[in-house]
Design a protein around this ligand. Structure first.
Ligand code: NAI
Length: 255
């Protein structure tokens, strides 16, 4: 088991990649703290893990809210005795996020609050727990859109994911002497509710997006979570400050 007895906090655990991460991390022996704001589905994630023989508990946590994050991290540390891995997966991509010239300010602010402040706050309260143990791994989920432009813009989302990459580099340098590594994954388009609810809802849009994908299919949550397992495990001891793009090749595609 690659994550035996590691306490792994996974945000955005109620859906998509976060839910699959909880399941696959637990299969590798992790003690999974599943965090989300959608309590029914989040608790269901933890139940599914336990039903499969793994260890998981659900904690309500709005990553954009400081007291919610502080309480959740305290509750995780008190239940499991500390934190080894922080998997910053929670993120939003609202439909009203377009170009800078037509995105409402409140949409911009909300995207930044969840996607950037969320990672800041989770790190603020989880990293001291890791420092007490003298080890840890922070895994930040960014996106391939932080690396290339797009003619159908989502400017708040894109900027937020760029910030995640810069913060990853800074944390990697600051905290490696404390035994804590920080890395980012840039997923390409993955079939999860976030994608299917509006980006892929009509067949023409889906085919247009697929036509740019050298692998001929969208990603599956496992394509990303398998990399996260590596980053959470001791196998990645010398991997720090890395930005790992897993996108089926889409960012290599000039045309
Ligand atoms: P999803 O929409 O299926 O799941 C996101 C989860 O985050 C949901 O359970 C939601 O309730 C939770 N969440 C939202 N706001 C929250 C908050 N304030 N506090 C705590 N939890 C909150 O999304 P998916 O596709 O699984 O995305 C996971 C991550 O991967 C996100 O950061 C997303 O930006 C990123 N990503 C997704 C891609 C895709 O194609 N699906 C591509 C590249 C990056």
């Amino acid at each position: 088991m690659r994550l035996k007895d590691k306490v792994c906090v996974i945000t955005g655990a109620a859906s998509g990649m976060g839910r699959v991460a909880c399941e696959l991390f637990a299969r590798e022996g992790a003690h999974v703290a599943a965090l989300d704001i959608v309590d029914d589905a989040g608790a269901d994630t933890a139940r599914r893990v336990r039903a499969a023989g793994g260890e998981a508990a659900y904690f309500h946590c709005d990553v954009a809210d400081e007291s919610s994050v502080r309480h959740a991290m305290e509750a995780v540390a008190s239940r499991y005795g500390g934190i080894d891995v922080l998997y910053n997966n929670a993120g939003i991509m609202p439909e009203a996020d377009h170009s800078v010239i037509d995105t409402p300010v409140e949409v911009w602010d909300r995207v930044m609050a969840v996607n950037v402040r969320g990672i800041f706050l989770c790190c603020k309260y989880a990293i001291p727990e890791m420092m007490r143990r003298g080890r840890g791994s922070v895994i930040n989920i960014a996106s391939f859109v932080a690396q290339i432009g797009c003619s159908v813009p989502q400017d708040a989302y894109t900027a937020s994911k760029g910030a995640v990459l810069s913060l990853t580099k800074s944390l990697a340098i600051q905290f490696r002497p404390e035994g804590i590594r920080t890395n980012a994954i840039c997923p390409g388009p993955i079939e999860t509710p976030l994608m299917t609810e509006w980006l892929l809802k009509d067949e023409a849009a889906k085919q247009l997006r697929l036509s740019r994908q050298p692998s001929g299919r969208f990603g599956r949550p496992e394509d990303i979570v398998n990399c996260a397992i590596y980053l959470a495990s001791d196998e990645s001891d010398w991997t720090n400050g890395a930005i790992i793009t897993i996108d089926g090749g889409i960012t290599s595609n000039y045309f």
